[in-house]
Design a protein around this ligand. Structure first.
Ligand SMILES: *Cc1c(COP(=O)(O)O)cnc(C)c1O
Length: 382
């Protein structure tokens, strides 16, 4: 099928055109939702493209071409969830292999390694990736993968992708970056030396809190050969309707991210000046420890802000009191969300090295008017 990569176009243009030629029969400007499980074959064992839709679907294909173009990778593989993408990528390794994992990754990533892939035979070490000596000490002769997440969830820590990727490559390990928080609109890890990017498409790529999806983007020849085999053999695939919604979200990613960043900047500024707030975690603030690295490797600082109050009870009270910010898990949608990671998104990491402060509140700043968001927080804090 026609799948232009969008070479030479700018980001905003690729988001709307890569993989998205008008449909051949009627000229529909949107990629149709190919709601089918199978395809009529031209002869016995001679399918046109795919024989069965676990292996592929034209709506999924369009999403994959578009997201690969935006991340600057050769191929993208879409999944039914971010964790579906992550588990499929981890299944390219073998029992006995070792993974080095950032010590503040998404809780579900930690759970996947510690409770599922660990018993299966993949060993792992968590490490603070801002500490070069600790990273070097964690790499062993059987380390095959370094797993980075930046900005991280929920503390918005920043990892120098190019720096740690060089160290991992020296040790013979490949590097994957969970780019869910930044999105390719703000950060392109493959250009900084990563071997693959994973996404929870559920978040900013979809952007409207109306789907669950995931993706892997890579130019690594071994993964380009192995991952599609596992897509079909393991089966964590997305449906065409969700691929259509993700593609529709992708078209406005650049403009949405500008609005998310603007809102987050305003909210972080407001919180920094508020007497009840003891700490604000936002890489756009000049006193954030990762500010300089973030300014170098990202084009803006993203839409996530977290902050701390004096006591856990304060955090619960404020999270219960906002009206514009909905009290909910997840992030990256047009609507603003507030949550307390300890008992909510990060309950699964309680007691682990990833445990987060109970005084922490996480905000996903939506694209409402920043003045309304600040007024809502002011009321809740006051
Ligand atoms: C949500 C999330 C995931 C998991 O994605 P799902 O689509 O929920 O399976 C992975 N990484 C990060 C950073 C996330 O926020």
């Amino acid at each position: 099928m026609e799948t232009p990569s969008g070479d030479g176009m700018r980001f905003e243009t690729k988001a709307i055109h890569a993989g998205q030629d008008p449909e051949a029969l009627y000229g529909a400007v949107n990629v149709p939702i190919y709601q089918t499980s199978t395809y009529a074959q031209e002869d016995v064992g001679r399918p046109k493209v795919w024989d069965y839709a676990r292996g592929g679907n034209p709506t999924r294909e369009a999403l994959q071409v578009a997201l690969a173009a935006l991340e600057g990778g050769e191929r993208c593989f879409a999944f039914g969830s971010g964790l579906g993408a992550e588990s499929t990528l981890l299944l390219t390794f073998r029992p006995g292999d070792h993974v080095v994992l950032a010590n503040d990754v998404y809780g579900g990533t930690y759970r996947l390694l510690s409770k599922v892939m660990g018993p299966w035979g993949l060993s792992f070490t968590t490490v603070d990736l801002t500490d070069e000596a600790a990273l070097r000490a964690a790499l062993t002769p059987v380390t095959r993968l370094l797993w980075i997440e930046t900005p991280s969830n929920p503390l918005l820590k920043i990892v120098d992708i190019a720096g740690v990727a060089a160290i991992a490559h020296e040790a013979g390990a490949r590097v994957v970056v969970d780019n869910t928080f930044a999105t390719p609109a703000l950060q392109r890890p493959l250009e900084l030396g990563a071997d693959a990017v994973v996404h929870s498409v559920t978040k900013y790529v979809g952007g409207h809190s109306d789907l669950i999806g995931g993706a892997i983007v890579t130019s690594d020849p071994e993964w380009i050969e192995r991952v599609p085999y596992l897509v079909n053999a393991v089966g964590a695939v997305p449906g065409p309707m969700d691929c259509y919604l993700a593609l529709r979200g992708l078209k406005t990613l650049a403009v949405r991210m500008r609005a998310h960043c603007e809102g987050a900047r305003a909210v972080a500024g407001f919180l920094s000046a508020h007497p009840r707030v003891t700490k604000v975690h936002y890489p756009g603030l000049p006193d954030h420890p990762g500010h300089d690295v973030a300014a170098r490797q990202m084009s803006d600082f993203g839409g996530m802000v977290s902050f701390q109050l004096p006591t856990p009870e304060d955090a619960l009270e404020v999270a219960r009191s906002t009206r514009v910010f909905f009290l909910a898990e997840s992030l990256g949608g047009v609507e603003s969300l507030i949550e307390v990671p300890g008992p909510m998104t990060h309950a699964s990491v309680a007691g682990s090295p990833l445990e987060v402060p109970a005084t922490l509140i996480r905000l996903s700043v939506g694209i409402e008017h920043p003045d309304d968001l600040i007024a809502d927080l002011e009321r809740a804090l006051g």
